[in-house]
Write a protein that binds this ligand. Structure first.
Ligand code: KIV
Ligand code: NA
Length: 265
């Protein structure tokens, strides 16, 4: 299979082909994901929680992200590799450019950052300098202190309208992809329908252009935290790590995951 490129994402959406994405933090798991049809691998700053054992993503550094991005990049042939800009690495355009350059030089093909507002200038700055960017809206874990926990966003009419506006703004600023996390399914559906760029959902219902999960959740590992509604243990039905990944990819492609039981109304 040919490597997935940035233009392939829009082509998949136009063709009605759902995109599959999973997090990966090391070469061993990355190889299995890549060999079993996962289109996008995300070196998420969720590694602060599932790998490092912190209670949030805030302690993760650019050095941490570069290390794990390099580990994953060595193992993959087909998947497009996305790496998170960790907390405050996107606070200014210059800082974001430095961190993104390191992540791309470590093997990433795109960087992801949370939010809109002051981040719109950062997105434009990166895109103008040939760095593909993915936005992350809704439940943005780096805003856990303001949100007072990991809570579904966009439930009230005003918050929903704000989220729709943010999705328009990040697309106009030039992102190639939008992750929607912890958003009521009907809102994610209207954002996706109106969006010029593909959306990837997590806890955002089935009507996004693709889905992402944290690898540890897909494998049913106890995180030590309350298990969110959108998580499904695919290892139980898949029987092996490769089988779990195949079951996830098949379920996302055919639209059977996430079901209503994994979504917010
Ligand atoms: O860090 C992460 O794993 C993420 C996904 C949950 C989208 O940002
Ligand atoms: Na993240």
């Amino acid at each position: 299979d040919k490597p997935i490129t940035v233009p392939d994402l829009l082509a998949a959406r136009s063709a009605g082909r759902r995109l599959t994405m999973l997090t990966a933090y090391d070469a061993g798991f990355a190889r299995v994901l890549d060999a079993n049809g996962v289109d996008l691998l995300l070196v998420g700053d969720s590694l602060g929680m599932v790998v490092q054992g912190h209670g949030s993503t805030l302690p993760v550094t650019v050095d941490d992200m570069v290390y794990h991005t390099a580990c994953v990049a060595r193992a993959i042939r087909r998947a497009l590799l996305v790496a998170d800009l960790p907390f405050q690495a996107d606070a200014t355009p210059e800082r974001a450019l430095d961190a993104s350059t390191r992540l791309l030089q470590a093997g990433a093909g795109m960087v992801k950052l949370e939010g809109a507002g002051p981040k719109l200038e950062v997105i434009r700055f990166l895109v103008e300098r040939e760095i593909p960017v993915c936005a992350h809206l809704g439940l943005t874990p780096q805003a856990v202190l303001r949100m007072g926990g990991f809570k579904v966003q966009g439930r009230e009419a005003a918050a929903a309208e704000r989220l729709r506006e943010e999705a328009r703004q990040v697309a106009e600023a030039g992102v190639a992809l939008i992750v929607l996390e912890g958003v009521p399914a009907p809102l994610a559906a209207t954002i996706t329908a109106a969006s010029a760029v593909p959306t990837i959902g997590i806890g955002a219902g089935a009507d996004c252009d693709g889905q992402v999960l944290v690898l540890h959740d897909l494998l049913g590992l106890d995180s030590g935290h309350r298990r969110p509604r959108f998580v499904k243990d695919f290892l139980a039905e898949g029987g092996s790590v490769a089988g779990a990944v195949q079951a996830y990819v098949a379920a996302v492609r055919e639209g059977s995951f996430p079901g209503a039981e994994h979504s917010y109304k």
